[in-house]
Design a protein around this ligand. Structure first.
Ligand code: GPV
Length: 755
């Protein structure tokens, strides 16, 4: 324990901390973090990055900030000396609800790495009041409730800065909130979040419903408001323009304050457009530069030199495009600019598929990004290759030099130091602490692959993490997990391309095998975490089927000795921090070619799970790093998949009819056992979808998945030491997937910050 820390905390609490409540200690620690992180604010010289994103899935901040400020151990020990636990105090903090999935978590990891690498780089986004939604299960069905997370103690502080933003001809005031982002032994940058004072949480009705037309009151209530009707789609454009217009004004102001005359904007600012949600920043900046007296042609050049675009998907339906009359309604001031940009694009190519505004008067946001920014990147080697060769091939021909790859990464401060302290200190005792700043040093662990004691230690740490997860889940959901089992985890957004339904079919298969007397090589605990978009019907059917199956299994003692299925409610960053360190087998089973990168795959690997995956996204690079013996790869290749789509002759029913195991599993969805706890409409709809459509080709990969997963289960059971050695190799080879490496590449190739 440190006396000086105790004195500091006493002062901040204004009382003896031994008598302080968790809430008082929490407040004191927030003050401590605030004061210390202020000290790390550094002046900006040269180019500064603005990372504009609809999402920042930052997770709870207190512990992470303490770690990054080098105060964590001292605070934890001081609290422990008076019988308090930092983990309990952290329970006081609501998790910020500012993101949805990998794209938002990536933005959060990037902010951490920028600040750690001492690079000037801020985030720009929206201050959602209820973020995504809070998920709860009732009758095995997902329900949505508003996720109120804003409190008086929220780290995002209101400022006096407001910018006028014109939406559908009415002027609104965007207020700036600032949330400090402190790096590990680095600097403090800012996450800039905009909000409207008039937004009113009381307009929310049943579930997460509200009047979509009442922009003044609803604008920043939710991330990704339901876009299944036109009002919802218009609301998304309102949000996007509000974010980029206020963001663009902030950027111009800050640069001007540092001496920029706007002609030289690209020397002061680099803007990264995180997918297409912020794409309107391009015409908006042009509009603002023209207001400052710069000619249109020059403004186009300045903006192109300043902006860069990251693509995060090849799914056509996720590439935003808006009917032009939407933009005419919401942002009439931008349409003349977008039209002129479209004219310029047409002088560069005769290929009409590359137009910004197509023949049907639909505006393609990604096309505008590629024509009018200087860099387009994918997020994993395979993804970038597919963009170049197929999805964006026409653009690649036109602008070969704009295209580049930046394989995603994760911050090890949160995804190792914070979430797995036991593993962190074991690693530190073996190879020192250099890996915290230089992740490639993890390779030094390869010296211990034959050290039986180290391998044993790894498995003890894993066991303890499983116990911790089990007791958390028992408290939360009353589920008792068998911690002697192998833990397989699939946690990510619920989407057909990610194929939670493939895992579902496997679990039905195992259930039926166990019923038939064929017990598995090891007991298996299969854990899911996923939210489905509220309007995504099949995704909700998949959740329903999993929850129903979970009940079928748990009501059957004979089966549940060997097999358990747990679905973690309201999966978020905090849940991930508990789940990932407890995992043996990381499920990364998307249809090859569809997962741009994945970042969960990296988090699991870093925490000593082996990957069961398809050759998709960053799985390909993980396989390369660890070698085929240390990963379980299965399924069609991306080439085969792309070929099958092109041929257009995939027929799910043929597969259903040809494979008796597959047929048995799919038929089981509407069996008596399932109907006892499940709803026929949901179960039937999913069954029908699988047999008659199966757009993401679950069926062709079913057999290979079963074989590979059973192999993993047998390896795990038969030779634990060999398994532990392979987990060590996975940890040792995870260094490449540090977001510090990713950010360094962005900086070297695209941003050139501080110069
Ligand atoms: I587009 N991603 C996401 O989370 N939300 C989106 O709207 C879109 C993409 C994800 C991809 O699905 C992942 O493969 C990728 O790892 C992640 O973005 C970060 O690049």
């Amino acid at each position: 324990m440190s006396e000086s820390m105790k004195t500091t905390l006493n002062e901040l609490c204004q009382k003896d901390i031994a008598t302080a409540s968790d809430a008082e200690l929490y407040t004191a620690l927030l003050k401590l973090v605030q004061e210390q992180s202020q000290k790390q604010i550094k002046p900006v010289t040269g180019r500064k990055l603005y990372y504009i994103s609809a999402e920042f899935l930052i997770g709870k901040l207190l512990s992470n900030n303490l770690i990054n400020l080098g105060l964590y151990d001292e605070v934890r020990e001081t609290l422990a000396s008076i019988g308090k636990s930092l983990a309990d105090i952290e329970e006081q903090e609501p998790e910020p609800s500012l993101g949805n999935g990998g794209l938002g978590r990536l933005a959060a990891c990037f902010l951490d790495s920028l600040a750690t690498l001492d690079l000037p780089g801020d985030g720009v986004g929206l201050r959602y009041h209820c973020g995504l939604f809070h998920q709860n299960f009732k009758n095995n069905i997902q329900n949505e409730a508003p996720d109120f997370w804003l409190t008086d103690q929220c780290a995002a502080k209101a400022t006096d800065t407001v910018f006028p933003v014109s939406l559908a001809g009415n002027t609104y005031s965007a207020r700036l909130y600032k949330l400090p982002v402190t790096g590990y032994e680095g600097r403090t940058n800012m996450l800039n979040l905009f909000d409207l004072d008039s937004v009113d949480e009381s307009v929310i009705g049943d579930g997460i419903s509200f009047d979509k037309k009442d922009i003044a009151r609803n604008l920043t209530l939710f991330l990704y408001p339901d876009d299944s009707d036109e009002d919802g789609r218009l609301l998304r454009i309102y949000q996007q323009y509000f974010m980029v217009s206020a963001g663009a004004q902030l950027i111009l102001n800050e640069c001007a304050a540092r001496g920029c005359n706007y002609h030289d904007l690209a020397d002061y600012a680099a803007i990264q457009i995180n997918d297409t949600h912020p794409s309107m920043v391009i015409p908006e900046l042009i509009r603002l530069l023209e207001e400052h007296g710069i000619s249109f042609d020059e403004a186009v050049q300045i903006v192109t030199d300043t902006c860069a675009y990251t693509n995060h998907t090849i799914l056509a339906e996720a590439l935003e495009k808006w009917p032009r009359h939407y933009l005419d309604t919401v942002v009439p001031q931008l349409m003349p600019i977008i039209e002129k940009l479209d004219d310029i694009a047409k002088t560069r190519t005769t290929d009409s598929s590359l137009a910004i505004i197509d023949q049907n008067q639909v505006v393609h946001m990604a096309h505008m990004d590629i024509h009018f920014s200087h860099s387009t990147n994918g997020v994993a080697t395979l993804h970038t290759q597919i963009l170049k060769e197929s999805e964006l091939a026409g653009f690649y021909q036109l602008y070969p030099n704009k295209f580049n790859n930046k394989t995603n990464g994760i911050t090890f401060r949160r995804w190792l130091l914070k979430c797995n302290p036991a593993l962190t200190s074991e690693i530190e005792s073996l190879i020192g602490s250099g890996f915290k700043k230089d992740a490639s040093e993890l390779k030094k662990l390869l010296n211990y692959t034959d050290d039986a004691e180290v391998l044993k230690k790894l498995s003890c740490i894993k066991k303890a993490n499983k116990e911790a997860l089990a007791s958390w889940l028992e408290d939360k959901q009353g589920i008792k997990l068998n911690t002697n089992a192998m833990f397989s985890i699939q946690s990510k957004r619920l989407h057909e391309y990610k194929r939670q339904q493939l895992n579902l079919l496997f679990l039905i298969h195992e259930y039926l095998e166990i019923k038939a007397g064929h017990t598995p090589a090891t007991p298996l605990v299969s854990i899911f975490g996923a939210k489905a978009a509220p309007a995504y019907i099949i995704a909700k059917d998949i959740i329903h089927s999993l929850l129903t199956l979970s009940q079928v299994i748990s009501e059957d003692p004979e089966v549940s000795r060997y097999l358990q299925l747990a679905f973690v409610e309201n999966y978020n960053v905090s849940a991930a921090e508990k789940m990932i360190p407890a995992c043996d087998l990381s499920e990364q089973i998307s249809l090859a070619s569809k997962e741009a990168s994945g970042t969960g795959n990296m988090k699991f690997m870093l925490n000593g799970a082996l990957t069961l995956g398809t050759m998709d996204g960053a799985n390909v690079e993980i396989a390369e790093a660890v070698g085929n013996d240390n990963i379980y790869i299965f399924g069609q290749s991306s080439k085969q998949v792309i070929h099958r789509y092109a041929a257009g002759d995939y027929c799910a029913k043929d597969w259903y009819e040809a494979d008796p195991n597959l047929r048995r599993a799919i038929d089981f969805l509407t069996s008596e056992e399932m109907l006892k706890y499940g709803d026929e409409e949901h179960l039937k709809r999913l069954q029908n979808e699988l047999i008659n459509k199966d757009w993401f080709q679950t069926l062709p990969d079913f057999n290979a998945y079963v074989v590979r997963k059973e192999q993993a289960m047998s390896d795990y059971a038969v030779n634990p030491e060999a398994w532990n050695r392979r987990t060590l190799i996975n940890i040792a080879e995870a260094g490449f997937f540090s977001s510090d490496r990713t950010i360094k590449e962005y900086d070297d190739d695209i941003w050139h910050l501080g110069k």
